[in-house]
Structure formats: structure tokens, C-alpha cells
Design a protein around this ligand. Sequence first.
Ligand code: FES
Length: 366
Amino acid sequence: MSNDFFNPVTTQTWSNGRHLVRCVKVIEETWDVRTFCFMADQPLMFFFKPGQFVTLELEINGAPVMRSYTISSSPSLPYSFSITIKRVSGGVVSNWLHDNLQAGQELAVHGPVGLFNAIDFPAEKVLLLSGGVGITPVMSMARWFYDTNANVDMVFVHSARSPKDIIYHRELEQMAARVDNFSLHLVCEKHGLGEPWSGYRGYLNQAMLQLMAPDYLQREIFCCGPTPYMAAVKRLLQEQGFDMAHYHEEAFGATPAEVRAEVKELAAEAAEAPPVPMAEQHQVSFISTGKSIHVSPGETVHGAAAKLGLHIPKACGMGICGTCKVLKTGGEVQMEHNGGITDEDLADGYILACCSVPQSDVSIDF
Ligand code: FES
């Protein structure tokens, strides 16, 4: 075929990094869940792998806050992206977003990143399992497969507290009604008085799964939900002898508390540890600010910066979100990340400060 009939696409696309975006629409999904849609001021295509997430850079009560949310829209509609957030009682960030974020406001986001995605684990048959607002990444996957007419057999199983809590209910029903490779199963823990419900009730169990997807042991499984939900799903699958290499879960939502605990432990250990001889320490120099410090073995670049009072933005603290990406201009680090950085960024010399431990004297452009 001649190339004469093709025009190059000239619209810019984003890549993993910091982007200014504008909230353009707020959609009420359920009584306590809202979707926030974002676009750039210039036409920009937001490509990402369905299942990936972004980290919002916010200022709440005068303090900087970073918080990660999976993208709920699909890259098949690339001129905008959206996140879907549930109001959580006592949840400072989710409540702030519900109360304050409106169409017209601009904010910075970091990303997109994430290993939990449908592109890196291609399969002909998938089982999408979600609990509550954990539906967002698997909805992105389902929308992507649906919009692109992908030859993928989907079973979508969503568990909600009650019928009024089912996020994207009508859209899910519509997808299931229109194509035959999308099978939808909804499970409600309970239903209120006068609330009709003829679907599954209680908690997802093996008998239900067997009815919904008799071939579930042969499917690629993507699971996202509250920690107890994912633990129960995992246990169920393991008991049935499922090959867990084909099980993927979105886990970062549950990690901050653990990370905080770990950081505290490390701090306590450090306080008790004997001083490290100078010969074993490495110097970390921050070029733009002209500051430097010696760090002990095991200390991260982010930790070194913090000791100097330098604030490298950080969210997950474990190499997932990519927020702490900085350019390394010299020296060697050992980086144990969890997918928060692309191969291109690595080739360009970037590192994730939160999970990079100097192996020599190191210089950082910060
Ligand atoms: S803070 Fe998330 S990758 Fe470093």
C-alpha cells in the first residue's frame, strides 16, 4: 500500500514525567464516588497502558501532598484521562478532592507508570476482578479491550457493598449487552430495604467464580480491591492450584502505611547503629543547589537529600510511582525499583531517588 494516503500524527503525546493538566469535568458516579476528567491546555494525547496510574501533586492546608490514583479512562480516548475517587471517611486527600477539585482548576500530575497493566501481560482470555473503587484499573482495561474491538474474552467480576455502590453500573451493563466477549457478574455484599437486587449476594467465593467463569484457571487474572479482598482472592486461587504467574494485582494502594513503618524502623536502626567509617561512605552532591553530604551504605539518594533539607518530591517511596525521578550526572547507584521508570529514562541517566543507593560518589542534578 502506498504511504501517500497516510498523514503523520503531529499531536504531542505525554511520557512519564511531570505534567500540568486542567480538570475539565467532574462526574457523579455514585453517592460517594466521583470521576475527575483532565486535559491539557494544548492538544495532547495521554497514552498509557490500561491499569497504570498517575500521582497528583496537591497542596492541602498549605502542605504539599502527593497521592497516586489509577487512571480509570482508556487510552482509546486519548485526548483526556480520568481518575475515579471514592470519598473515604477521614481520608484527607479524597475528601479534599471531592470538596475542592472543580472543572477549570489546574494541577500537576506525575506519570503515567505502573507494572499492573493489560499490555505487558497479553492474553486471549482475561478475568478482571475488582472490589469497590478498585474497579478503576480493570475498568480502564475493559474499556480499552472493548473500544479497540480486541479479540480478548473478558469476564468482569465486580464486588460492591450494595447496588447503589456499583461504580460504572450502566456502562458495564451496556458493554455486556453489546458484545459477546464481555461477560459481567456483580456481587453485592448486601442490599438496602426497597433496593431490588437479583444478582449474587455476599462475598465472592469459589462456587460463584466457578459459575461465572468455569475456565477461570486458564485465564490471565487482574485483581484490584481492598487488601482483605485481594488476600481472599489470592487464597482462593492458590487453593485451586492456579498458576500464580498469571495473577496480577494492584498493590500500591495498600503500601504507604507499611512504607512509613519501614522508614520508622530504619530510622530506629540507624539511631542505634555504630558510626560508619568514612572509607565506607559515599558523597552525594546535588549540583543545582551546590549541597553535598556523605551517606552510609544502604542510604538512598532521597534520604541524602532529605538530610540536607532538600525536598525531592516523593509519593510511594518504593520505586512504583516515578515521582522522585532525578537526573544522575555522575557515579553509580544500585536501584531496586518496581516499574516506576521507563527504559528510555534509564538510558537518559534518570534514577528514582527513593530506591537508589549510591555505590560510589554520586552527583545529582537537583
Ligand atoms: S517516590 Fe515513588 S518511585 Fe520514588
